[in-house]
Design a protein around this ligand. Structure first.
Ligand SMILES: *[C@@H]1O[C@H](CO)[C@@H](O)[C@H](O)[C@H]1NC(C)=O
Ligand SMILES: *[C@@H]1O[C@H](CO)[C@@H](O)[C@H](O)[C@H]1NC(C)=O
Length: 323
């Protein structure tokens, strides 16, 4: 009699302890997966600099995606200075030419001299002709490229939510749009970003460097993996997610590293793009001597003038398929 009573008590205790323990494990799992890095939001004053709410569009094309018979497969988003009309013209006549699958848009800030300047009037004229310029009211400068990139992300998320992919690409870049489109049709549709991946980047502390970064702005001594800013491609779902992540990410003037910091918040790793079987990098972020069949095997090379781009494209667009 006494023995069975004790036995029951023991069983009850074991079961209760088991239940409590498993509930505890379950709960800690849930909280862990909900907060992979537990980032803390920036103070409002710091977030203001990169927040899309801070700025206004001076020129916009809000309906350019919705007006098409179907959403663009790939949107080229090209940051460019207001005065670089020749660079825009070269892009429009080469890889950025209007296509069934692609849409090309140029992102500019305000020119020196602001809204009343002759540079602004010329830009507005160009915008009426081509309807492909998005202008935001911050001063266009190298220092402000991070703001520009975050405006692009916000623009895409708001005005082109049905695009499949986007590419942030500089105007001095050669893009093999034929190969890129083929490759993207076999790429992940979500959470995907590729380009020239830099996985061992470090801040330059010498103040004479173009890429100088003070310890005050960025105390860590290495960068998370990021993709070089000359040209990177991502699935469009990442645009609103990167925008969101910027609420937790302190501004630095290096836009590509900044996007890498946002990706770390999202636990998204940029992926390498290699050509098989040679394992060549498809995103050659350096200037190469033009060679039609070598260029047919890569996605981009950079450092070209507008007239070089136009010349190369004349040969490439006709000849690449015979390589
Ligand atoms: C995106 O697609 C949804 C439904 O698939 C549609 O309702 C919406 O109008 C589209 N938006 C744009 C901007 O094309
Ligand atoms: C942009 O850059 C210039 C100088 O590089 C700076 O004076 C200006 O305040 C920056 N910010 C905005 C929001 O325009």
């Amino acid at each position: 009699m006494r023995r069975t009573y004790l036995w029951r008590l023991l069983k009850l205790l074991t079961v209760t302890a088991g239940l409590v323990l498993s509930a505890h494990i379950l709960l800690s799992r849930v909280t862990l997966s909900k907060h992979p890095r537990k980032p803390s939001p920036l103070p409002a004053e710091e977030y203001r600099l990169i927040s899309p709410e801070t700025y206004e569009y001076v020129l916009n094309q809000p309906a350019v995606c919705g007006d098409r018979t179907r959403a663009p497969f790939l949107v080229f988003m090209v940051p460019v200075a207001p005065l670089e009309a020749a660079a825009r013209e070269a892009v429009r006549k080469t890889w950025g030419a209007p296509g069934r699958d692609t849409l090309t848009l140029f992102y500019v800030g305000l020119p020196e001299g602001g809204r009343g300047s002759s540079a602004q009037l010329e830009l507005e004229e160009e915008s009426r002709t081509h309807a492909d310029i998005i202008q935001v009211n911050f001063q266009d400068s190298y220092q402000n490229l991070t703001i520009k990139t975050m405006m692009m992300m916000s623009w895409l998320a708001t005005h082109c939510p049905n695009a499949s992919y986007a590419m942030k690409v500089d105007a001095d870049v050669f893009v093999n749009v034929f190969y890129l489109l083929r490759r993207l049709r076999r790429s992940p549709a979500r959470g995907f970003i590729t380009g020239s991946v830099i996985s061992d980047g470090r801040p330059r502390r010498d103040s004479s460097s173009k890429w100088h970064l003070s310890e005050e702005l960025y105390p860590e001594d290495s960068f998370p993996p990021y993709v070089s800013g000359a040209g990177y491609v991502f699935s469009a779902d990442l645009a609103p997610r990167i925008s969101w992540a910027s609420r937790f990410t302190r501004w630095i003037p290096l836009e590509d590293v900044y996007v890498g910091l946002c990706l770390r918040v999202l636990a998204v790793r940029p992926v390498y793009s290699l050509s098989l079987p040679t394992f060549g990098n498809l995103f050659e972020v350096r200037q190469l001597e033009y060679d039609r069949c070598a260029f047919a095997q890569l996605v981009l090379a950079n450092g070209f003038t507008s007239s070089q781009l136009l010349h190369m494209w004349q040969d490439f667009s006709k000849g690449h398929s015979s390589c």
